[in-house]
Design a protein around this ligand. Sequence first.
Ligand code: KG4
Ligand code: ZN
Length: 343
Amino acid sequence: MLVLGIETSCDETGVALYHSERGLLGHTLYSQARLHAAYGGVVPELASRDHIRRVLPLTRGLLEQAGCRLEELTAVAYTEGPGLAGALLVGAAVAHGLAYALGIPALGVHHLEAHLLSPLLSKPAPGFPFLALLVSGGHTQLVRVSGVGTYELLGETVDDAAGEAFDKTAKVLGLGYPGGPALAKLAERGHPGKFTLPRPMMASGDLNFSFSGLKTAVLTIARERTLDEAARADLAAEIEAAIVEVLAAKALAALEETGLAHLVVAGGVGANQSLRSRLSKAACKRGCTVFYPELEFCTDNGAMIAFAAALRLQHSAVSCQLSALSFTVRPRWDLETLAPQPV
Ligand code: KG4
Ligand code: ZN
């Protein structure tokens, strides 16, 4: 089984080829970060237009690099949601067009399911069941993953996502977009504790998060005093520490509550080294193991889409359904509504 995966939910155009026996044959990514940087965030209309420009040349290049022909494909997978409607439509239209022309199925993939399963692309892979901390620009969730398609939401953010908190506070500090990696880099030169920021909902007694207050607290500090280079680095270090401490505390509480021994960290914020080292140390003390996707598969990519689709197709009747010419995308899509994979 050879699956082409297409990711266009936000500002990365990702394509990948996954073979059920030979594994990942290749993947390519085009990041639109520079396009959106001037606006300090993703401009949906620009994102859609750029996906249109990139997706077919990227796919052609990928097939050439991997030495595969379109006719060898078994299915074309694409991100059906959640994400920006116009951006999602580009991937969906291309996937359905290709699949229809080739007489093969087109399979819509849930973007968060693909993030959750992405650590299974690496060795050693966690076995089911595991706890997943999903931390991206749009989502912050703790999910019990009992199998492909069997997800129980244990807690989530009540306002901003962790990645959004990184991006928004980075903007206040005058850092470029996307803010997460830039803020993490600046934080390396600073010291947490020189400023005091809240650790929101740390004592809420549940597994929910709240990050919107951080941005306001950082704004207040930035308005009240002039920040020289050293102070900016100290503030960045405190912001990172506040976000990381809350994420780690809630993930550990969820391990305790569920009795699960494997923690998977997925989504763009999972690339944060401070979060990684804090989680690994704390989980190790509890006798738990933490699994991360390869760094290149933490942020949005086509490989996780092709892989999630291949897992679904292995046991599913979907493989028999050819692409229809009508399709929809789901800008909002609840992970828990997904059907479990038949065993
Ligand atoms: O999963 P992802 O690529 O896209 C979404 O589905 O949202 O995550 C993007 C988010 C952005 O908010 C970005 O700032 C954040 O992940 N991010 C990071 C780091 N790398 C990416 N945040 C903190 N530290 C990083 N090293
Ligand atoms: Zn994502």
